[in-house]
Ligand binder design. Structure first.
Ligand SMILES: [Zn+2]
Ligand SMILES: [Zn+2]
Length: 172
């Protein structure tokens, strides 16, 4: 299966990898339907942030569940899902307080390699969001809208809420 990798600033390539497999009971394997490029991908693409050469890239996607680990019961093979860019275990103090990005049980930076054909997604039970129906039930525009929910929309909303921006404010 093919996945995009970082080569050097200004250069991304598509390489062949072995199919991802379930490694922990909390994993899921997802077939990617759509992925997108984040503003934060442009940091390393432009050479403003360091990234290991050959590392897989992409953290925003929608897809269909191929397989789940034994501890995953909120989603099942065949479900159409949003893959959130940052996600924790769902049960530590940080996650329970709403700060999943600071999950105390994080052993890796969520999942990466979403700009590929398949991905191993960690903490799947807690964080995958089911979309009703299947990709074929949606238009191109709707699929793009759903894709924005994996990061861009939620991040933008969080920024506006944190800045206490309200309808009627001069910059609204
Ligand atoms: Zn992003
Ligand atoms: Zn956690």
């Amino acid at each position: 299966m093919k996945t995009a990798v970082f080569v050097a600033p200004g250069k991304v390539a598509v390489r062949d990898f072995a199919m991802p497999e379930i490694q922990k009971p909390t994993d899921a394997i997802i077939r990617i339907v759509r992925a997108c490029v984040c503003g934060s991908d442009l940091w390393w693409f432009r050479g403003l942030a360091k990234r290991e050469a050959g590392s897989v890239v992409g953290h925003e996607a929608i897809g269909v569940v191929e397989a789940v680990g034994a501890a995953v019961n909120n989603v099942a093979a065949g479900d159409f899902v949003i893959l959130p860019f940052t996600h924790g275990c769902g049960h530590c103090a940080a996650c329970r307080a709403g700060f999943e990005g600071n999950c105390l049980n994080a052993t890796e930076h969520g999942s990466s390699g979403f700009q590929g054909e398949y991905v191993r997604f960690t903490e799947a039970n807690w964080s995958l969001v089911k979309i009703p129906g299947q990709p074929a039930d949606y238009t191109d525009e709707q699929l793009n809208d759903l894709l924005a929910l994996s990061d861009v929309m939620a991040t933008g909303y969080h920024a506006a809420a944190s800045a206490e921006v309200h309808p009627g404010d001069p910059w609204w």
